[in-house]
Write a protein that binds this ligand. Sequence first.
Ligand code: DON
Length: 354
Amino acid sequence: MTKRTLFTILVLTLLCAAGLSIQATPKAKPAAPSALAGYSESDINAALQAAYTKYKDMKEGKNADYIPALAKVDSNIYGIALVTPDGKIYTAGDVKSEVSIQSISKVFTMAKVFEEQGPEAISGTIGVDATGMRFNSIVSIEISQKVLGGPEMNALVNPGAIAATSMLKGASRDEIWKGLLGWYSDFAGRPLSVNEEVFKSEAETNQRNQAIGMLMLAYGYIKANPDRATDIYTEQCSVSVNAKDLATMAACLANGGKNPVTGKQVIKVEVVPKVLAVMATAGLYDDSGKWLFATGLPGKSGVGGGIIAVSPGKFGIAVISPPLDEAGNSVRAQKAIADISNALGGNPFVSKPR
Ligand code: DON
Protein backbone atom coordinates (compact mmCIF):
# COMPACT_ATOMS: atom_id res chain seq x y z
CA MET A 1 0.00 0.00 0.00
CA THR A 2 1.44 3.37 -1.04
CA LYS A 3 1.59 6.36 1.28
CA ARG A 4 -0.95 8.07 -0.94
CA THR A 5 -3.48 5.19 -0.59
CA LEU A 6 -2.95 5.14 3.17
CA PHE A 7 -3.60 8.87 3.33
CA THR A 8 -6.82 8.52 1.28
CA ILE A 9 -8.09 5.73 3.56
CA LEU A 10 -7.32 7.87 6.60
CA VAL A 11 -9.20 10.88 5.21
CA LEU A 12 -12.21 8.74 4.22
CA THR A 13 -12.32 7.12 7.67
CA LEU A 14 -12.28 10.51 9.35
CA LEU A 15 -15.03 11.82 7.05
CA CYS A 16 -17.20 8.75 7.73
CA ALA A 17 -16.70 9.11 11.47
CA ALA A 18 -17.71 12.76 11.28
CA GLY A 19 -20.81 11.85 9.25
CA LEU A 20 -21.76 9.11 11.69
CA SER A 21 -21.29 11.35 14.67
CA ILE A 22 -23.58 13.98 13.05
CA GLN A 23 -26.22 11.33 12.51
CA ALA A 24 -25.76 9.93 15.98
CA THR A 25 -26.42 13.24 17.76
CA PRO A 26 -28.90 15.22 15.64
CA LYS A 27 -29.15 18.87 16.60
CA ALA A 28 -32.67 20.25 17.24
CA LYS A 29 -33.87 22.03 14.05
CA PRO A 30 -34.44 25.72 14.79
CA ALA A 31 -38.05 26.81 14.25
CA ALA A 32 -38.38 28.29 10.74
CA PRO A 33 -38.71 32.06 11.13
CA SER A 34 -41.69 33.80 9.53
CA ALA A 35 -42.28 37.32 8.25
CA LEU A 36 -44.28 37.90 11.43
CA ALA A 37 -41.70 39.20 13.93
CA GLY A 38 -41.57 37.09 17.08
CA TYR A 39 -43.51 34.16 15.60
CA SER A 40 -42.19 31.11 13.79
CA GLU A 41 -43.96 29.34 10.96
CA SER A 42 -44.98 26.63 13.39
CA ASP A 43 -46.46 29.24 15.77
CA ILE A 44 -48.64 30.49 12.90
CA ASN A 45 -49.68 27.00 11.83
CA ALA A 46 -50.46 26.11 15.45
CA ALA A 47 -52.65 29.23 15.88
CA LEU A 48 -54.62 28.38 12.72
CA GLN A 49 -54.98 24.74 13.65
CA ALA A 50 -56.11 25.57 17.21
CA ALA A 51 -58.85 27.91 15.96
CA TYR A 52 -59.90 25.40 13.31
CA THR A 53 -60.26 22.59 15.86
CA LYS A 54 -61.91 24.76 18.51
CA TYR A 55 -64.79 25.88 16.27
CA LYS A 56 -65.05 22.96 13.85
CA ASP A 57 -68.08 21.41 15.51
CA MET A 58 -69.81 24.66 16.38
CA LYS A 59 -73.43 24.79 15.23
CA GLU A 60 -74.40 28.43 15.90
CA GLY A 61 -75.75 30.66 13.15
CA LYS A 62 -77.63 30.06 9.93
CA ASN A 63 -76.89 30.51 6.21
CA ALA A 64 -78.34 33.65 4.64
CA ASP A 65 -81.58 32.71 2.88
CA TYR A 66 -82.94 36.03 1.58
CA ILE A 67 -80.85 35.20 -1.50
CA PRO A 68 -82.26 31.70 -2.22
CA ALA A 69 -79.01 30.28 -3.67
CA LEU A 70 -77.13 31.05 -0.44
CA ALA A 71 -79.45 28.83 1.61
CA LYS A 72 -78.26 25.84 -0.45
CA VAL A 73 -74.54 26.36 0.24
CA ASP A 74 -72.96 23.65 2.45
CA SER A 75 -72.97 25.06 6.01
CA ASN A 76 -70.03 22.84 6.93
CA ILE A 77 -67.55 24.63 4.68
CA TYR A 78 -64.93 25.96 7.07
CA GLY A 79 -61.56 27.20 5.84
CA ILE A 80 -58.91 29.51 7.24
CA ALA A 81 -56.05 31.20 5.36
CA LEU A 82 -53.44 33.72 6.46
CA VAL A 83 -50.95 35.43 4.14
CA THR A 84 -47.85 37.25 5.40
CA PRO A 85 -46.06 40.11 3.58
CA ASP A 86 -43.41 37.69 2.24
CA GLY A 87 -46.16 35.87 0.32
CA LYS A 88 -46.30 32.74 2.52
CA ILE A 89 -49.76 31.21 2.71
CA TYR A 90 -50.79 29.35 5.88
CA THR A 91 -54.03 27.36 5.86
CA ALA A 92 -56.29 25.15 7.96
CA GLY A 93 -59.45 23.30 6.96
CA ASP A 94 -61.22 23.60 3.62
CA VAL A 95 -59.55 26.32 1.58
CA LYS A 96 -60.66 24.90 -1.78
CA SER A 97 -64.46 25.31 -1.55
CA GLU A 98 -65.68 28.60 -2.97
CA VAL A 99 -68.48 30.88 -1.81
CA SER A 100 -69.75 34.17 -3.22
CA ILE A 101 -67.74 37.15 -2.05
CA GLN A 102 -70.89 39.24 -1.33
CA SER A 103 -70.24 42.40 0.69
CA ILE A 104 -66.48 41.83 0.90
CA SER A 105 -66.51 43.03 -2.73
CA LYS A 106 -67.60 46.47 -1.48
CA VAL A 107 -64.11 47.07 -0.04
CA PHE A 108 -62.46 46.57 -3.41
CA THR A 109 -65.00 48.58 -5.40
CA MET A 110 -64.58 51.46 -2.93
CA ALA A 111 -60.80 51.03 -3.25
CA LYS A 112 -61.05 51.30 -7.05
CA VAL A 113 -62.94 54.58 -6.80
CA PHE A 114 -60.40 55.85 -4.24
CA GLU A 115 -57.54 54.83 -6.50
CA GLU A 116 -58.90 56.37 -9.69
CA GLN A 117 -60.76 59.44 -8.42
CA GLY A 118 -59.20 60.13 -5.02
CA PRO A 119 -60.68 59.26 -1.59
CA GLU A 120 -62.64 62.58 -1.54
CA ALA A 121 -64.78 61.26 -4.39
CA ILE A 122 -66.43 59.06 -1.74
CA SER A 123 -65.69 60.84 1.56
CA GLY A 124 -67.23 64.07 0.20
CA THR A 125 -70.32 62.47 -1.34
CA ILE A 126 -71.42 59.19 0.25
CA GLY A 127 -69.43 59.80 3.44
CA VAL A 128 -67.16 57.68 5.62
CA ASP A 129 -69.24 57.39 8.77
CA ALA A 130 -70.74 54.30 10.31
CA THR A 131 -74.52 54.22 10.11
CA GLY A 132 -74.90 51.87 13.08
CA MET A 133 -77.68 50.18 11.15
CA ARG A 134 -78.21 47.03 9.14
CA PHE A 135 -76.36 46.72 5.85
CA ASN A 136 -79.49 47.18 3.73
CA SER A 137 -81.19 49.81 5.87
CA ILE A 138 -83.35 52.31 3.99
CA VAL A 139 -83.98 54.28 7.17
CA SER A 140 -80.23 55.04 7.31
CA ILE A 141 -80.51 56.87 3.95
CA GLU A 142 -83.41 58.94 5.25
CA ILE A 143 -81.64 59.74 8.52
CA SER A 144 -78.43 60.69 6.70
CA GLN A 145 -80.38 62.98 4.40
CA LYS A 146 -83.12 64.41 6.60
CA VAL A 147 -81.81 64.27 10.17
CA LEU A 148 -78.03 64.51 9.81
CA GLY A 149 -78.26 66.73 6.75
CA GLY A 150 -75.45 65.37 4.65
CA PRO A 151 -73.26 62.52 3.56
CA GLU A 152 -73.31 60.40 6.70
CA MET A 153 -73.06 56.93 5.17
CA ASN A 154 -70.20 54.81 3.85
CA ALA A 155 -69.41 52.66 0.83
CA LEU A 156 -69.63 49.39 2.79
CA VAL A 157 -73.40 49.44 3.41
CA ASN A 158 -75.68 48.69 0.47
CA PRO A 159 -76.77 52.29 -0.33
CA GLY A 160 -73.19 53.60 -0.36
CA ALA A 161 -71.90 50.49 -2.11
CA ILE A 162 -74.42 50.75 -4.96
CA ALA A 163 -73.56 54.46 -5.26
CA ALA A 164 -69.82 53.62 -5.32
CA THR A 165 -70.41 51.06 -8.07
CA SER A 166 -72.31 53.75 -10.03
CA MET A 167 -69.15 55.90 -9.89
CA LEU A 168 -66.93 53.35 -11.70
CA LYS A 169 -65.68 54.74 -15.00
CA GLY A 170 -66.22 52.96 -18.32
CA ALA A 171 -67.81 53.50 -21.73
CA SER A 172 -70.23 50.56 -21.37
CA ARG A 173 -71.50 48.09 -18.77
CA ASP A 174 -69.17 45.50 -20.25
CA GLU A 175 -66.12 47.75 -19.96
CA ILE A 176 -66.96 48.68 -16.36
CA TRP A 177 -67.47 45.04 -15.43
CA LYS A 178 -64.26 43.80 -17.09
CA GLY A 179 -62.29 46.51 -15.30
CA LEU A 180 -63.84 45.61 -11.95
CA LEU A 181 -63.36 41.86 -12.25
CA GLY A 182 -59.76 42.40 -13.37
CA TRP A 183 -59.20 44.66 -10.36
CA TYR A 184 -60.53 42.02 -7.92
CA SER A 185 -58.44 39.36 -9.69
CA ASP A 186 -55.24 41.39 -9.26
CA PHE A 187 -55.89 41.43 -5.51
CA ALA A 188 -56.62 37.68 -5.41
CA GLY A 189 -53.61 36.91 -7.61
CA ARG A 190 -55.60 34.74 -10.03
CA PRO A 191 -58.45 35.28 -12.52
CA LEU A 192 -61.73 35.23 -10.60
CA SER A 193 -65.14 34.44 -12.08
CA VAL A 194 -68.82 34.79 -11.24
CA ASN A 195 -71.04 32.15 -9.64
CA GLU A 196 -73.85 32.44 -12.20
CA GLU A 197 -76.38 30.62 -10.01
CA VAL A 198 -75.89 33.11 -7.17
CA PHE A 199 -75.97 36.08 -9.58
CA LYS A 200 -79.27 34.90 -11.11
CA SER A 201 -80.78 34.13 -7.71
CA GLU A 202 -79.91 37.55 -6.28
CA ALA A 203 -80.91 39.39 -9.48
CA GLU A 204 -84.37 37.81 -9.21
CA THR A 205 -84.83 38.76 -5.56
CA ASN A 206 -83.02 42.10 -5.13
CA GLN A 207 -86.05 44.42 -5.27
CA ARG A 208 -84.93 46.03 -2.02
CA ASN A 209 -81.53 46.93 -3.51
CA GLN A 210 -83.28 48.26 -6.63
CA ALA A 211 -85.36 50.52 -4.36
CA ILE A 212 -82.18 51.62 -2.58
CA GLY A 213 -80.61 52.47 -5.96
CA MET A 214 -83.66 54.56 -6.89
CA LEU A 215 -83.67 56.40 -3.55
CA MET A 216 -79.95 57.14 -3.93
CA LEU A 217 -80.75 58.58 -7.38
CA ALA A 218 -83.56 60.66 -5.91
CA TYR A 219 -81.16 62.18 -3.38
CA GLY A 220 -78.46 62.77 -6.01
CA TYR A 221 -75.92 60.26 -4.68
CA ILE A 222 -76.29 58.31 -7.93
CA LYS A 223 -76.15 60.52 -11.01
CA ALA A 224 -77.72 58.20 -13.61
CA ASN A 225 -78.51 54.59 -14.45
CA PRO A 226 -79.43 53.27 -10.97
CA ASP A 227 -80.61 49.95 -12.44
CA ARG A 228 -77.27 49.38 -14.13
CA ALA A 229 -75.41 50.23 -10.91
CA THR A 230 -77.56 47.77 -8.91
CA ASP A 231 -77.06 45.11 -11.56
CA ILE A 232 -73.25 45.49 -11.60
CA TYR A 233 -73.28 45.58 -7.79
CA THR A 234 -75.25 42.31 -7.75
CA GLU A 235 -72.77 40.70 -10.13
CA GLN A 236 -69.77 41.87 -8.09
CA CYS A 237 -71.36 40.24 -5.00
CA SER A 238 -71.56 36.93 -6.93
CA VAL A 239 -67.83 36.62 -7.59
CA SER A 240 -66.65 33.22 -6.42
CA VAL A 241 -63.74 32.98 -3.95
CA ASN A 242 -62.05 30.54 -1.60
CA ALA A 243 -60.34 31.34 1.71
CA LYS A 244 -56.91 31.67 0.05
CA ASP A 245 -58.25 34.21 -2.47
CA LEU A 246 -59.76 36.31 0.29
CA ALA A 247 -56.66 36.13 2.49
CA THR A 248 -54.49 37.21 -0.44
CA MET A 249 -56.84 40.12 -1.15
CA ALA A 250 -56.59 41.14 2.52
CA ALA A 251 -52.82 40.68 2.47
CA CYS A 252 -52.48 43.29 -0.31
CA LEU A 253 -53.99 45.75 2.17
CA ALA A 254 -51.59 44.55 4.88
CA ASN A 255 -48.61 45.04 2.58
CA GLY A 256 -48.79 48.65 1.38
CA GLY A 257 -51.00 47.75 -1.57
CA LYS A 258 -48.59 45.21 -3.09
CA ASN A 259 -49.83 41.67 -3.65
CA PRO A 260 -47.32 39.65 -1.60
CA VAL A 261 -47.90 36.51 -3.66
CA THR A 262 -47.63 37.94 -7.19
CA GLY A 263 -45.45 40.95 -6.36
CA LYS A 264 -47.76 43.33 -8.27
CA GLN A 265 -48.48 46.77 -6.77
CA VAL A 266 -52.26 46.59 -7.08
CA ILE A 267 -53.23 49.85 -5.37
CA LYS A 268 -51.35 53.03 -4.44
CA VAL A 269 -49.66 52.82 -1.07
CA GLU A 270 -51.30 56.06 0.15
CA VAL A 271 -54.81 54.82 -0.62
CA VAL A 272 -54.52 51.78 1.67
CA PRO A 273 -54.98 53.57 5.04
CA LYS A 274 -58.15 55.20 3.71
CA VAL A 275 -59.59 51.79 2.79
CA LEU A 276 -58.63 50.34 6.16
CA ALA A 277 -60.20 53.26 8.06
CA VAL A 278 -63.61 52.63 6.52
CA MET A 279 -63.26 48.88 7.14
CA ALA A 280 -62.43 49.58 10.80
CA THR A 281 -65.48 51.75 11.38
CA ALA A 282 -68.07 50.00 9.21
CA GLY A 283 -66.79 46.61 8.03
CA LEU A 284 -69.06 44.48 10.21
CA TYR A 285 -72.08 46.80 10.02
CA ASP A 286 -73.95 47.40 13.25
CA ASP A 287 -71.45 45.10 15.02
CA SER A 288 -68.37 46.99 13.80
CA GLY A 289 -67.68 48.44 17.25
CA LYS A 290 -67.86 45.03 18.94
CA TRP A 291 -65.54 43.60 16.31
CA LEU A 292 -62.96 46.39 16.66
CA PHE A 293 -63.16 46.08 20.44
CA ALA A 294 -62.43 42.33 20.21
CA THR A 295 -59.68 42.41 17.58
CA GLY A 296 -58.52 45.94 16.73
CA LEU A 297 -58.52 44.83 13.09
CA PRO A 298 -60.08 46.48 10.05
CA GLY A 299 -62.35 43.75 8.67
CA LYS A 300 -65.16 43.07 6.25
CA SER A 301 -67.85 40.43 6.21
CA GLY A 302 -70.09 39.03 3.49
CA VAL A 303 -73.36 37.10 3.70
CA GLY A 304 -71.70 34.30 1.70
CA GLY A 305 -69.90 33.45 4.96
CA GLY A 306 -66.51 35.05 4.42
CA ILE A 307 -64.73 37.57 6.61
CA ILE A 308 -61.40 39.26 5.85
CA ALA A 309 -59.26 41.15 8.33
CA VAL A 310 -56.03 43.08 8.02
CA SER A 311 -53.19 43.49 10.51
CA PRO A 312 -51.14 46.23 8.79
CA GLY A 313 -47.59 45.10 8.05
CA LYS A 314 -48.26 41.70 9.59
CA PHE A 315 -50.89 39.63 7.78
CA GLY A 316 -54.12 39.40 5.86
CA ILE A 317 -56.47 36.72 7.09
CA ALA A 318 -59.73 35.22 5.86
CA VAL A 319 -62.15 32.63 7.16
CA ILE A 320 -65.08 31.16 5.28
CA SER A 321 -68.00 29.55 7.14
CA PRO A 322 -71.54 30.26 5.86
CA PRO A 323 -73.66 30.27 9.07
CA LEU A 324 -74.27 33.91 10.09
CA ASP A 325 -75.38 35.77 13.21
CA GLU A 326 -78.20 38.34 13.37
CA ALA A 327 -76.02 41.16 12.00
CA GLY A 328 -75.14 39.05 8.92
CA ASN A 329 -71.59 38.16 9.99
CA SER A 330 -70.18 34.61 9.96
CA VAL A 331 -70.16 33.23 13.49
CA ARG A 332 -67.16 30.90 13.18
CA ALA A 333 -65.17 33.38 11.09
CA GLN A 334 -65.45 36.10 13.74
CA LYS A 335 -64.33 33.76 16.50
CA ALA A 336 -61.52 32.11 14.56
CA ILE A 337 -60.02 35.40 13.33
CA ALA A 338 -60.18 36.93 16.82
CA ASP A 339 -58.39 33.91 18.35
CA ILE A 340 -55.71 33.72 15.66
CA SER A 341 -55.00 37.44 15.66
CA ASN A 342 -54.79 37.56 19.44
CA ALA A 343 -52.42 34.56 19.43
CA LEU A 344 -50.15 36.22 16.85
CA GLY A 345 -50.08 39.78 18.20
CA GLY A 346 -52.20 41.12 15.35
CA ASN A 347 -53.98 43.93 17.21
CA PRO A 348 -52.46 47.22 15.95
CA PHE A 349 -53.64 49.08 19.07
CA VAL A 350 -51.36 47.07 21.35
CA SER A 351 -48.09 48.76 22.36
CA LYS A 352 -45.41 47.99 24.93
CA PRO A 353 -44.50 50.66 27.50
CA ARG A 354 -40.81 51.60 27.43
O1 DON B 1 -76.82 43.23 -1.31
C1 DON B 1 -76.89 42.24 -0.59
O2 DON B 1 -77.79 42.10 0.21
C2 DON B 1 -75.82 41.19 -0.72
N1 DON B 1 -75.42 41.03 -2.09
C3 DON B 1 -74.62 41.53 0.10
C4 DON B 1 -74.92 41.75 1.55
C5 DON B 1 -73.83 41.36 2.47
O3 DON B 1 -72.96 40.59 2.14
C6 DON B 1 -73.90 41.88 3.83
N2 DON B 1 -72.78 41.34 4.60
N3 DON B 1 -72.62 40.88 5.61
